[in-house]
Design a protein around this ligand. Sequence first.
Ligand code: FES
Ligand SMILES: [Fe+2]
Length: 380
Amino acid sequence: MSSLSPEVRAVLARLRQVADGPLSGATAMPPEMYHSEEILELEQQRMFAHDWVSPGLAAEIPEPGDYLTYSIADQPVFCMRGRDGEIRTLANVCRHRMMRLLDGSGNTGRIVCPYHAWSYDLDGRLAAANHMEATDGFDKADHCLPSIRTEVWNGWIYITLDPDALPVAELLEPLDDLVARYGIAHYVPVHRADHVWNTNWKFLTENFMEGYHLPVAHWATLGTWMPMDSVVFPDRRHPAFTYQLFAKDERSRYGRAHADNTSLDGEWRSTTVMPTVFPSHMYILAPDHLWYLSLRPRGTSQVDLRFGIAAAPEMYASLDDPEAWVAETVAFFADVCEEDRVVVEGIHRGSRAPLARPGPLSWLEHELHDLMGYLADRLA
Ligand code: FES
Ligand SMILES: [Fe+2]
C-alpha cells in the first residue's frame, strides 16, 4: 500500500467508503478504477493470482487427453483430463527452454513440445527427452510440469495459483443450494469461443451482472423477456460471489424447463440464477441452457473473454436437429454479445472524457455494489 500513489490511495479509500455504505447512496466507480495501471497491477497480484478463476466446464474436456488452455495472471496453463479421469492443470511452459506447449483446445495422448520434442505424460511427468544422455545429472523425474491447484465444483473447473486459497466448495457453500438443483455437470457444452474486446474487464463484469440495461441495450433480442419485478438479490453481501434470480414467462424463447425435466419443481422451472464468482467468472444458469463468461484483463483497456454455451440434457435430447438448434442459439447469443460489446466499449471510451463523473446507481445494480465490496476487500 505504501508504494501506491496518493491518487490511487484516495480512490481506494473512497471505494471502501461507498462499498461500506448503502446501495441507495452508492455511485458508480470512478474512471481511475478502470484506467489506472497501478490498479490493474494490484488486481493481477491480489485477485487474479490469488482467487479462483474458471477456464470452463469439466464437461468440455470429458475424455482422457482432452485439454483446454487458459492463463492466470501472466501464467499460461492448460487443463487436462488424465487417464485416471482426473482433471489437472499444468503450467503450459516447457521445462527445457520454456516454449509454450499447447494452444487452444483438443485431445492428445502425450504433450510434445513443438521445439525439441520433450514429451510429457498427461499428468505432467516428463516421459522422453532426446539427446540428453551427455548432460550431467539429467534425470527426467526432475523436470515435470508444475501443477496448479484445480477443483471441480458443480460442473465448473476452478483453478488458482494460491496454495492457501480456501477450497471452492467452502467459499461458494452458500451458493450451492441455488446452483446444485440445476445439475450443471449434466449440461451439454455446445459452444466455446475466445474474444478480445476493447474495454476494461470490470466494465464487462458489471454489464453482465446487472439486468438494468436489458430492456434498453437488448431491446432487439432478449430485452423484453426480463420481468424486473421478479428480480431477487442476496440478502447480504458474500465475500466471494454475488447473484441474482429472475423468472422467465411464456414470451421468452429461452429460460424454462423442458417437459422431460424432472428435477426442477414449481417456480424453479422458470427461474434463472445468475451467479458471479469474483473476480471474473459469471454465468446465466437457466432450466434449459446456460451461458458463461470468464474474463481476464489484457491491460487496462482490453479484456480477453471466454464465452461458452451449454444445453440442459433433457432439452438437448429432445431436439430433432441438434445442429440447427446449436447454430441458431449460438447466432442468437452472438447478437446479444454484440449488443453488450457496443455498450461496454462505449462506456470505456466515455469514462476517459474530462467531464466523465460516476453517477448514482439503481436498485437493479445491486451486484455492482457487491463487486465494489469485493474490490475494496482485495485492494483497499
Ligand atoms: S523448449 Fe521444449 S523441448 Fe526445447
Ligand atoms: Fe447485456
